[in-house]
Design a protein around this ligand. Sequence first.
Ligand code: CP
Length: 311
Amino acid sequence: MKLHHVIEAQQFDQATLLELFDASRRMEEVARNGGISDYHNRIMATLFYEPSTRTRFSFEAAMHRLGGRVITTENAAEFSSVSKGETLEDTIRIINGYADLIVIRHFEVGAAQRAAAVSRVPVINAGDGVGQHPTQALLDLYTIQKETGGIDGLTIAMVGDLAQGRTARSLAYLLGKFADVKVYFVAPPLLKMKADILAYLRERQVEYSEETDLEKVLPKVRVVYQTRVQKERFGDRIADYDKCRGMYILTGESLKLLDKKAIILHPLPRIDEITMEVDDDPRAAYFRQAQNGLYVRMALLQMLLGPPGSR
Ligand code: CP
């Protein structure tokens, strides 16, 4: 499959995912040896309208490890000409003249798609509001494959803010590409997984159930995908936020319910939904997961930029 823009998780087929994961494994070795200089004549622009630690730094580190260069604005709403009223489309047209690839994070659902519609160079969606975060899902799935040995037959609990969680939405789309996956959605009533994802899973014949009791689910799964209740998405609905926060917290007690071979993932940042005592357990895989973001993004950039020297 030829990739150009990366906008939503469902555009990946299984063969492309497995090819990407093989390349990611090779990138682990490349990064360990300090990187390569193959893309020294390529420039990546990162345009972030929302805060980020992992996604922006790992994309930028990935481009540097491939030998490429980076131009960036970390607070685009304030430091780009959007603050003077420039449209997103005009901003993208201008950056097309300076960079070979654009990574964009935006607060509006569909912003990356709008950017791609006017862009000659590849656009990567690094999160569009409560829409999707496809590259996070790629690294999540890579981590699952690497840590558990495979994806077919997986049992997974997705926990927390599923209604507003773009990472959980994108991961659900990717899980739909594999066989015999069972998904347990564990969320407060206000933050249940949305109907579009449930409809997609039914269409792909993926078994799922909606649950409220985390303790009942923990012994049944190989992967726990914990997420943060995202205060910033509630706006002035503070009472709703207060109703949902703190309902599902993984602690040392939760570990006793989990299988010895299970793993705990989290896209991060975490607030209080995984207590620090969990960090030292070998099943806590979330920091390894964040590290994998570097390798997967190196492989993805290489896939999009093409062979070194090609333009
Ligand atoms: N997981 C993730 O998107 O983290 P950042 O917001 O720090 O990029």
